[in-house]
Design a protein around this ligand. Sequence first.
Ligand SMILES: [Zn+2]
Ligand SMILES: [Zn+2]
Length: 175
Amino acid sequence: MLIHLTEIFASDTGKAHLKEKLDLGTVVVDGVTYPFLEPVEIEAVLKRVGPEKMLAEGKVRTSLEIPCGRCMKPVAYRLESDFSKALYLEEASAEGVEDDYEEDIVGHHLNLENFALHEIFMNFPMKVLCGEDCKGICNHCGADLNETDCQCGQEAIDPRLSGLKDLLNSKFKEV
Ligand SMILES: [Zn+2]
Ligand SMILES: [Zn+2]
């Protein structure tokens, strides 16, 4: 969706409020594809703040499916971010200004999808856990330790005594 910036800029108020839901499907971060669980909601006020300069202030909201960093189970992650960004109508004005959003402006239009994706990239979580106490996956047998106790850890602790333990256990059962 392209937002006509010059039109807003040249209007009486020099201001526009927009609220859109964007169906972006998936987002690719560092070569990994993550599906969106709902449309990306973007709400913003665009306003004229100087010669050929506009300000975009608002919020991006969505939720994505991200695997747990320990057990890989899919987690519904809620992403919300507030932004306040300067937009320059003329490329010349943007020279020397550090602005990641330059590429989001095509001619005098703002590409809303790109803008929203930009916000999502910048606020993408480093690591997501299904729960603070997630036990993860056993490195040896791959068992999900949240659901089952594998034997790998116990054998590693006392491999020579395990035979004796079995013997003791069977003795106790006989009594
Ligand atoms: Zn987990
Ligand atoms: Zn194991």
